[in-house]
Design a protein around this ligand. Structure first.
Ligand code: HEM
Length: 333
């Protein structure tokens, strides 16, 4: 009996040894450096594409546009990941640097002789509503658009991948949905202010004299000067281009094929970056760059002395129509 017990215990011991060996073997094998190259039989992607030009096969997907296995897109990817980032960084940081330098050299353009205390209406309530609705949408669209180009690299190291993914998803929703009020705002601005935005001879003189911002002259201007007319057309044409290309991207393949989508994305990206850079200059002039300018879009009225300095022909016209509060106004220069 004692011998049989010994045989059994030896057998069980041997079996458990084998079991331990079998379960630990793959792990040990993985740790050993292998002389076998697991890629030896495979063809490099580059060679494959060179050899075949295109990979063909059959697909049972009913929609022909979704049957593309690999999009033609290396140039586009390079644009998206490298070129657009350079364009964006150069124009936006470049504009910020220029504005900072300009502010340090020129400072705020002040109302000469101070405020007169008499005011006149510059923008009515509806114009101001349209402006601020469009501007608010634009700022959110700009930040969420920049997030698509720069967000992953800039924010992931700071807030981590989960938080970035959650933010990026909401940012994309905001970007998509705010495009609608923004587009409506651009159309309304176009209609509201088109009458004052055709170029005239006065604009040439205004430009030659540096607009009274570069230098200290006060070239005459009507309701909008040449600089503002440029901003107006940037908003109308840039906003239009951004909206059209944006909707091509938001509703993929309805109006164009994959090459058209890539072109739309490239145009959307470049227009967006330039648009943001130019609007930074607009925001600068409307806030810290010029004393008295914000009031026109803030409460709707501007000081007569501000109007005389920057929009003398407009002031003359408004005075003739009796639209200046608080008494008569000396003729504009
Ligand atoms: C914080 C942002 C902004 C500020 C502080 C601001 C300020 C102003 C001010 C003060 C004016 C009136 C200028 C005057 O009386 O002569 C103005 C006009 C105008 N704004 Fe803005 N704005 C901002 C953003 C935007 C944005 C994002 C857009 C378009 C996307 C825009 C489009 C316009 C247009 C088309 C005009 C009329 C033309 C002109 O004066 O340049 N603004 N803005």
């Amino acid at each position: 009996m004692a011998r049989i017990g010994l045989v059994w215990s030896s057998l069980i011991g041997a079996l458990s040894l084998c079991l331990v060996a079998v379960t630990t073997l793959p792990a040990v094998a993985q740790q050993q450096p292998s002389s076998v190259n697991p890629m030896a039989q495979s063809v490099k992607e580059q060679e494959l594409l060179k050899e075949l030009q295109r990979i063909q096969g059959r697909s049972s997907l009913p929609d022909a546009r979704t049957r593309v296995l690999e999009q033609p897109g290396r140039d586009w990817r390079h644009f998206h990941q490298v070129t657009l980032r350079w364009i964006g960084a150069i124009v936006i940081l470049g504009m910020l640097a220029v504005l900072m330098l300009f502010y340090l050299i020129r400072g705020m353009v002040r109302i000469e002789g101070g405020r007169s205390g008499r005011t006149l209406v510059r923008f009515n309530a509806f114009e101001r509503f349209v402006h601020w609705m469009t501007a608010t949408c634009f700022i959110v669209l700009a930040l969420t658009g920049l997030n698509v180009t720069f967000g992953k690299e800039l924010l992931t190291p700071l807030i981590g991948p989960e938080a970035f993914a959650a933010w990026a998803q909401w940012a994309k929703y905001a970007h998509n949905y705010l495009s609608f009020p923004f587009s409506i705002g651009v159309v309304l601005m176009f209609l509201l202010w088109i009458a004052w935005n055709f170029p005239t001879g006065t604009d040439m003189r205004w430009l030659k004299e540096g607009g009274g911002i570069v230098g200290n002259g006060h070239p005459p201007a009507r309701r909008f000067n040449a600089g503002q007319k440029m901003i107006y057309w940037v908003v109308v044409l840039g906003g239009g281009a951004a909206a059209i290309t944006g909707y091509l991207l938001m509703f993929p393949f309805y109006a164009t094929d994959v090459a058209g989508m890539q072109t739309a994305q490239m145009v959307h990206g470049i227009v967006g970056m330039l648009f943001i850079a130019i609007m930074l200059a607009h925001i600068y002039i409307g806030t810290i760059g010029m004393q008295g300018a914000f009031e026109g879009m803030g409460k709707g009225e501007v000081d007569v002395n501000w109007a005389r300095q920057h929009h003398s022909l407009w002031l003359e016209n408004e005075t003739r129509k009796g639209r200046v509060s608080g008494g008569t106004v000396a003729p504009a220069e």
